[in-house]
Design a protein around this ligand. Structure first.
Ligand SMILES: O=C(O)C(=O)C[C@H](O)[C@H](O)COP(=O)(O)O
Ligand code: SF4
Length: 618
């Protein structure tokens, strides 16, 4: 095993040190819950009878007699996300494979799933980030029946995998395994899709031409093929050891996908009890969290994970910070070029060597912890292997061991860039995140006068009116978690791209967020503190000179501190948004309780040792 990089060791050490109390208390609770054995063994008869009343056939007797392990299925199937549509048939497959492995299985609950592609730029996007925590709560509702010895979690996209994980970690004593569905086949290239979008933004393409391009890009069941948040999820959770090795990017509708799904059911039974007992709390530890951050950085993954991974870690009693991302990004090389960080898509990535290659080259470079517990057993080395069907049997074979396309995947020893391309910016406006892996080097530093907006629509109108045809730092504020739920502002990318292609220096500064699929515009996002809680972003005015310097890691407004502080907060408290319609009135309580972006923007509050302390009833 290679010598671990000293920064990797140090970051892991300091995470463990700062999390010592909360992690200890979390693990004590997990151990106590595990002591109960199968919770249902302590049920009163009526509770237990209700628990198997809906079952028919032999499974009922097995459950009643507590003879067999009971596997919960939690699914985020719906027809709205192309990535989740294939999940419809998975529960039946899993029930069969669990039964064949000597267990029984119940569909414990469905969880909601939002397609960020459908809601992008629309009011529904203001529910998107909150949907992650709603999914966590819904997963909690499903597992709170306590009938279970293990869980299989079906999900793929942006907020869904983080939500399923956060919920499952509340039942840390349960062995849990994530099951994805895989990407759709490659359609129109992302580059061509982006080109037609910019033409449309300039009025040089018709709506029909745009719709043809979009429909040729997103064309069938399966995950969209850009490296956005959904595919970043698969990468991160596989390297965290929560997927079977190589499960992430096998296409839906294939024999291999079905075999992997069935094997996940078998693994759930094997992990449920006895020698193989593997609670999810023992998989998601400090090393796994660091491995997830490294996988994200090395592949230029979604900026949304600077919130999701913080929230997931917190659910396991682990405190992950933006400084951890920043310090790891400085030593983790960029080894993948997948759109928006290049022109290849996730299928090209898989063909070039996939997750197996990423794990192998990073392990060999001492940039991943190999001594970790996974759903496939102990040790990350097994994730160098890829699944294949040999005479109909699912087996794992050594992956290629080298990149099959150096345009898409590079070894850590000869990367595309020496650092992970995710940077933290700080200065007199607060702290922000920027992903530079998709930004041309000449655009890493932008200094220009600000033009301030509080809605995406106002920005689009100013763009269409030709008011932004110059060097400009576009500020879009009141887009933070407490303002309007922190929507992705990905729709700003095409017009900002037009301005950049006209030769202007352009940047975006916002307390909102972008999509994992956002790319070429230098964007300081997730600015914390947000304007809605009185952050200094609320004091910036049109014409102020802002400087975004991704190289130095700074974000400054060129206004003397005393003058800035003396300015009144503009549009504060946020009243620019009508918070009714499209269900937004249902989320008012979440807007009031949601935490800051640099602590995961969760509604579960900051995670401290008290959070996990046993409740002492007074
Ligand atoms: O990042 C992901 O995985 C996403 O789910 C969706 C993105 O947020 C974009 O909304 C979809 O990309 P576009 O088609 O360019 O709008
Ligand atoms: S990847 Fe994004 S756009 Fe595609 S189905 Fe999933 S949520 Fe929707």
């Amino acid at each position: 095993m290679s010598e671990l990089h000293p920064v990797l060791t140090e970051v892991t050490r300091r995470i463990a040190a700062r999390s010592a109390d909360s992690r200890r208390v979390y693990l004590e609770r997990v151990a106590a819950a595990a002591q109960d054995g199968t919770s249902r063994s302590g049920f009163a008869c009526s509770n237990l009878a209700h628990g198997f009343a809906g079952i028919t056939g032999g499974d009922k007797a097995a459950l009643r007699a507590l003879r067999k392990s009971n596997v919960a299925i939690v699914s985020s199937y719906n027809d709205m996300l192309s990535a989740h549509q294939p999940l419809q048939e998975y529960p039946a497959w899993i029930k069969d494979s669990v039964r064949a492995a000597g267990g029984v299985s119940q569909f414990a609950g469905g969880v909601p799933a939002m397609c960020d592609g459908i809601t992008q730029g629309r009011e529904g996007m203001e529910l998107s980030l909150f949907s992650r925590d709603v999914i966590a709560m819904s997963t909690g509702v499903a597992l709170s029946h306590e009938m279970f010895d293990a869980a299989v979690l079906l999900g793929v996209c942006d907020k869904i995998v983080p939500g399923l994980l956060i919920g499952a970690l509340s039942f840390g004593h349960l062995p849990s395994i994530l099951v994805p569905a895989g990407p759709m086949s490659s359609g129109l290239s992302n580059k061509e899709k982006a080109r037609v979008r910019q033409l449309y933004a300039e009025g040089k393409a018709t709506r029909d031409e745009l719709l043809d391009a979009e429909a040729a890009s997103y064309h069938s069941p399966g995950t969209c093929t850009f490296y956005g948040t959904a595919n970043s999820n698969q990468m991160v959770v596989e390297v965290m050891g929560l997927h079977l090795p190589g499960a992430s990017f096998v296409p839906p509708g294939t024999g291999l996908r079905r075999a992997l799904t069935e094997h996940a059911g078998r693994r759930a039974v094997e992990m449920a009890k006895g020698e193989g007992y593997t609670p999810i709390a023992h998989i998601v530890d400090e090393k796994a969290v660091v491995n997830g951050v490294v996988a994200l950085l090395a592949t230029g993954g979604s900026t949304n994970h600077t919130m999701h991974l913080v929230a997931i870690a917190a659910a396991a009693g682990i405190e992950l910070s933006w400084d951890d991302f920043s310090d790891l990004s400085a030593i983790v090389p960029l080894i993948a070029r997948v759109y928006p960080n290049g022109s290849a898509d996730i299928n090209h990535f898989q063909a070039a060597g996939g997750v197996q290659f990423v794990v192998g080259t990073l392990l060999d470079a001492g940039l991943l912890h190999g001594d970790v517990t996974t759903v496939a057993g102990f040790g990350l080395d097994r994730y160098r292997q890829e699944p294949v069907l040999a005479d109909g049997e699912l087996v794992w074979v050594d992956g290629p061991g080298h990149s099959l396309d150096l345009e898409v995947l590079r070894p850590a020893s000869d990367p595309f860039a020496s650092d992970g391309g995710l940077r933290m910016l700080s200065g007199n406006l607060g702290r922000a995140v920027i992903k530079v892996s998709a930004v041309a080097p000449e655009n890493h530093v932008v200094e220009a006068p600000a033009r301030v907006f509080t809605t995406q629509e106002a920005f689009q109108e100013a763009f269409q009116a030709g008011e932004l045809d110059r060097d400009v730092v576009v500020v879009v504020r009141q887009q933070g978690p407490q303002a309007n739920g922190m929507p992705e502002l990905h729709k700003l990318t095409p017009p900002l791209g037009v301005l950049m292609d006209r030769g202007h220096k352009v940047a975006l500064v916002t307390d909102g967020r972008m999509s994992g699929a956002s790319g070429k515009i230098p964007a300081a996002i997730q600015l914390t503190p947000e304007a809605a809680v009185g952050g200094p972003l609320g004091r910036v005015r049109d014409g102020d000179v802002l400087r975004l310097d991704a190289t130095a890691g700074t974000l400054e407004v060129r206004v003397p501190a005393e003058e800035l502080a003396a300015r009144p907060l503009v549009d504060f408290p946020p009243t620019a948004h009508e918070w009714v319609g499209t269900g937004r009135e249902l989320f008012a309580a979440l807007r009031r309780t949601v935490g800051p972006a640099d602590r995961g923007a969760t509604v579960f509050g900051p995670i401290t040792a008290d959070h996990f302390a046993p409740v002492t009833h007074h």
